[in-house]
Design a protein around this ligand. Structure first.
Ligand SMILES: [Zn+2]
Length: 138
């Protein structure tokens, strides 16, 4: 990893395994890998199934809906680039299809966020090459 510039937010560097995930986000589609052998969904993207080891994985679009599994409110920016973002909600979201992922919940009403709150995906087009997945109250 390159040296961290505290004034710039880090962006993802897609790997061979994760590139379809990031390309899906650019199209405002949330894609996850499903094993063609045991049919388990998995996240994060990787070269083999975490359940059975098969390397036969297919990409499948998720509905983009789920709920807050757990969360915290970030009051102190992790570094300077996030200074204008605080306070913000950093959450583990469980999709209706099952996989959990870490993201932010975009809301001005921080006190309204709670465990089990329904959320839906929103797509943050950071630049021409990168779209990040976030969530908002559903
Ligand atoms: Zn499998």
């Amino acid at each position: 990893m390159a040296d961290l510039d505290v004034n710039v937010k880090p962006l993802p560097t897609p790997s061979k395994d994760s590139a379809p995930y990031w390309e899906g986000l650019q199209e405002h589609r949330l894609l996850m890998q499903r094993c063609s052998s045991c049919h388990e969904l998995q996240f994060y993207p990787r070269s083999g199934c975490r359940s059975c080891g098969s390397t036969e994985l297919a990409w499948e679009e998720m509905a983009g809906t789920g709920h807050v599994y757990t969360y915290t409110v970030i009051h102190r920016a992790p570094f300077a680039a996030f200074a204008n973002d605080v306070p913000y909600v950093y959450a583990v979201v469980e999709l209706d299809e099952g996989p959990r992922l870490v993201s932010t919940v975009e809301t001005d009403e921080l006190d309204s966020v709670d465990v089990d709150m329904p959320v839906r995906a929103v797509y943050d087009d950071v630049n021409d090459d990168v779209t990040l997945l976030r969530f908002e109250p559903a």
